[in-house]
Design a protein around this ligand. Structure first.
Ligand code: CA
Length: 237
């Protein structure tokens, strides 16, 4: 995919609002520049407190969220607060490996993360990938997959229901649930799941899959028969 801003004659962002939460103005301005060139409408916030105001006001389609922020609220606090009411995709901007561990370990429903220093072009490519997913998959998913035990994965509404009650799933959690549902009975390796759900160009590791699997098990409960296949990965029965 060629996503060099200068080569792009047709903006792809279509005025999609993205909030950049980042206290380093150099990084924030650079990311804003790249997003703007691709047709997005970026807004910046330099503190966690300001981020919550801007997010409430602008209602972004996606949030880029730095973890280390000045003031009372760090990026993880912002994520928690946003997640209380919304499944808007969030990409964390992490500075160190231990921050990656915190993002994954806290199971906050991050949709992706990039480690600084990152290429703004790569970041914009990830933004587009995630927005394509959250706008609805390119290939039509089945309207609904009934997994039994009262669990239904609803492709049109991008939610799961357990016993008729809607369960909020983050973007990647939903994608993973749908992918597993569409490959029921097959043992899938973590690499296959990463490729199938996150995309072959996604630079991540097996922990990401495991964290999302834990979230799905927690949210969908005992009726969700996702088996760990030792030495391989996972199989939905
Ligand atoms: Ca920072």
């Amino acid at each position: 995919m060629n996503d060099t801003p200068n080569d792009s004659t047709t903006p792809t962002g279509s005025e999609t609002v993205v909030v950049i939460v980042e206290d380093d103005p150099n990084i924030a301005d650079l990311v804003e520049l790249y997003l703007r060139r691709d047709g997005f409408r970026p807004f910046q916030a330099g503190t966690g407190e300001r981020a919550l105001e801007v997010i409430a006001e602008r209602k972004p389609k996606l949030i880029l969220l730095d973890i280390g922020l000045p003031g009372e609220l760090d990026g993880l606090d912002v994520c928690r607060s946003v997640r209380a009411t919304s499944n808007v995709p969030i990409i964390f901007l992490t500075a160190r490996d231990d921050e990656v561990d915190r993002v994954l370990g806290l199971e906050l429903g991050a949709d992706d993360y990039v480690t600084k220093p990152f290429s703004p072009r790569e970041l914009v490519a990830r933004v587009k990938t995630i927005l394509r997913r959250s706008d609805g998959p390119v290939e039509p998913s089945p309207a609904a997959v009934d997994l039994g035990e009262g669990i239904v994965i609803n492709g049109a509404r991008r939610e799961a229901t357990v016993g008729g009650d809607a369960v909020a799933l983050a973007t990647r959690e939903f994608d993973l649930a749908m992918y597993l549902a569409e490959h029921r009975g097959l043992a899938l390796s973590r690499r296959q799941l990463l490729d199938g759900v996150w995309g072959a160009d996604w630079i991540g590791d097996d922990r990401t899959v495991d964290v999302h699997v834990r979230q799905l098990r927690k949210k969908l409960g005992d009726g969700f028969h996702l088996e760990t296949v030792w030495g391989v990965g996972y199989r939905l029965d």
